[in-house]
Design a protein around this ligand. Structure first.
Ligand SMILES: [Zn+2]
Length: 300
C-alpha cells in the first residue's frame, strides 16, 4: 500500500508523506481519532517509509529491499502489543522494550516503536515509557495510535507530536465501498450510517443480516407512504431485540436521503424515528413503535 491509497484528508496525507518520506521526523508521534479512519494504516505507512530506499517522494514504494524487509518483519521495528490472553499492555512489556532500545539498532538506520493501541497501556506502563519517550535513543521514532487523547496520561501526550485523524467524508466512504465491490444502493446507505468510519462501513457491508434489514425498511417506508397498510409493512420487519435501535438508524438514514432529494416526508421520518427510539428505550413493543413511526412519518 502507498500513501496515495490512504483514506484521509489530502493535506494530512501530504504532510505525512513529506515528513516521513524525507526522514525529517520528530521523535514521537501520537495518531489520534475515531475507530476505522485510517490511523493504524497511516502509522504502518509512516514506519515503512523510514526503511524504504526509493526517492523521498515515492516512499514507501512497496518494491525495494527495505520495504520487503519491513513487510517480513524488520528487526528494528518494535511492536508493543497486548499479549495473548491479556487485556492490557503490562508494564513489564514496556520495561523489556526500553531495555532493548538501549542496545544499538541492528541495521544502523532508523528504529521504530509502533504502539497501535496506546490506550491499552495502563498508568504504570505509560509511566515506564515516559523517560524513553522524552529522551529516546538517536534514530528512534515512536508512533503511538489511540482513539482519544483522554485515554493517555497528559505527560505522555505532551511528549508526542499529536496528529489528528477526523471521520472520513461520506462520499469517500461510499466510493471506497464501491471500489470494494458493494452494490450502488448499499454503498449509499452504509456510507450514511457509517459516521465517517470505513471500519464501521465494512462491518455493515459484511454483516449477514443488515442489507436485508435495510431492504425491508425501504419496502416498509414505500408501503406506508403509498397507503398500503402500515401494519403489514411493519410486520414484515423482524428484528431481534438488540437490533431495534439499529433498524431505527436505518429508517433515519432513509429519511435523511429523502431530505437530500428535496422530499419533505424525509424530515417527518427522521423525527418519527427519533420518537420511536425513545419508545423502544422505554420498553414499548417494537411492533407498536414501528407502526406508530411509519404512520406519523407517512402523515396518516
Ligand atoms: Zn520501498
Amino acid at each position: 500500500m502507498r500513501f496515495d491509497e490512504l483514506l484521509a484528508r489530502p493535506a494530512l496525507i501530504s504532510h505525512l508523506r513529506e515528513t516521513f518520506g524525507a526522514g525529517r521526523v520528530y521523535h514521537a508521534y501520537l495518531f489520534v481519532g475515531p475507530e476505522g479512519v485510517g490511523k493504524r494504516t497511516a502509522a504502518g505507512l509512516c514506519s515503512q517509509a523510514l526503511f524504504c530506499q526509493a526517492a523521498p517522494g515515492e516512499r514507501p514504494c512497496g518494491d525495494c529491499p527495505g520495504c520487503a524487509q519491513f513487510a517480513e518483519g524488520h528487526p528494528d521495528v518494535y511492536r508493543l502489543q497486548v499479549p495473548d490472553g491479556k487485556t492490557q499492555i503490562p508494564v513489564d512489556s514496556v520495561r523489556d522494550l526500553t531495555a532493548a532500545l538501549s542496545d544499538r539498532p541492528f541495521s544502523g538506520g532508523w528504529r521504530v516503536v509502533l504502539i497501535e493501541e496506546a490506550e491499552k497501556m495502563n498508568a504504570s506502563a505509560q509511566n515506564a515509557l515516559l523517560k524513553t519517550l522524552e529522551e529516546p535513543p538517536e534514530g528512534t521514532v515512536f508512533l503511538l495510535v489511540a482513539r482519544a487523547l483522554g485515554a493517555l496520561l497528559p505527560t505522555v501526550v505532551s511528549r508526542c507530536q499529536v496528529v489528528r485523524f477526523s471521520p472520513l467524508p461520506e462520499e469517500t466512504v461510499r466510493q471506497e465501498l464501491l471500489r470494494r465491490g458493494a452494490k450502488e444502493g448499499d454503498a449509499k446507505w452504509i456510507a450514511q450510517i457509517s459516521e465517517g468510519s470505513l471500519g464501521k462501513a465494512l462491518a455493515c457491508l459484511n454483516d449477514d443480516h443488515l442489507p436485508a434489514l435495510m431492504r425491508g425498511a425501504q419496502a416498509a417506508w414505500e408501503a406506508a407512504r403509498s397507503g398500503k397498510g402500515v401494519a403489514a409493512a411493519a410486520g414484515a420487519i423482524k428484528v431481534e431485540k438488540d437490533e431495534a435501535l439499529l433498524a431505527l438508524d436505518l429508517f433515519e438514514s432513509i429519511g435523511r436521503s429523502c431530505i437530500r432529494e428535496g422530499d419533505e416526508a424525509g424530515a417527518r421520518l427522521v423525527r418519527a424515528a427519533m420518537e420511536a427510539r425513545k419508545m423502544v428505550n422505554s420498553n414499548v413493543t417494537w411492533q407498536y413503535a414501528l407502526e406508530r413511526m411509519l404512520m406519523d412519518a407517512a402523515g396518516r
